[in-house]
Write a protein of this length. Structure first.
Length: 158
């Protein structure tokens, strides 16, 4: 895959992948629409880091950030879950193409009630404070801090 990550260039290939899976025309329309929505959000979020491969940038953390962006946008739960399903399919497509080894979107849970999201938002704020504490007060190496945060996030399925 080239070092460019204009996701829109992938849309025809993703569409072919979906058609090969015999999705309904409505599902195809929704998946492609969701794909475009994620592509626009992703490109604005990542700020075109051209030194990395596209799918190296689509990580569990990035997908979770997208999920919470959708919640903050007051998107309906069904829409959020469908958009996450689209990302799972996109990552499956990338695996088939040899661009990914595993599917980071499979680790991200579908939408739940708003109270849970509020709790998760609070937890993310606490994790930010914990990260700052470890880096600034305890003088821990950033690599060690990132490993600790990854373990905590996986435990809470963030």
């Amino acid at each position: 895959m080239p070092n460019t990550y204009n996701l829109y260039n992938l849309e025809p290939q993703f569409k072919t992948f979906l058609l090969a899976e015999n999705v309904s025309s409505l599902t195809l329309t929704n998946y492609l629409s969701d794909f475009r929505h994620f592509a626009a959000w992703f490109e604005a979020k990542i700020n075109k880091q051209a030194t990395k491969e596209l799918f190296d940038l689509i990580t569990f953390d990035v997908i979770n950030q997208y999920k919470y962006y959708l919640f903050e946008s007051r998107m309906p739960q069904k829409t959020i879950s469908r958009r996450l399903s689209t990302l799972r399919k996109l990552c499956s497509f990338a695996i088939q193409q040899g661009w990914l080894k595993d599917n980071p979107a499979k680790k991200v849970q579908n939408a739940t009630n708003c109270q849970t999201i509020t709790d998760i938002s609070k937890l993310n704020n606490l994790l930010d404070e914990y990260q700052s504490y470890l880096l600034n007060t305890q003088g821990k190496e950033s690599r060690v801090v990132e490993n600790n945060l990854t373990i905590i996030k996986e435990f809470f399925s963030l």
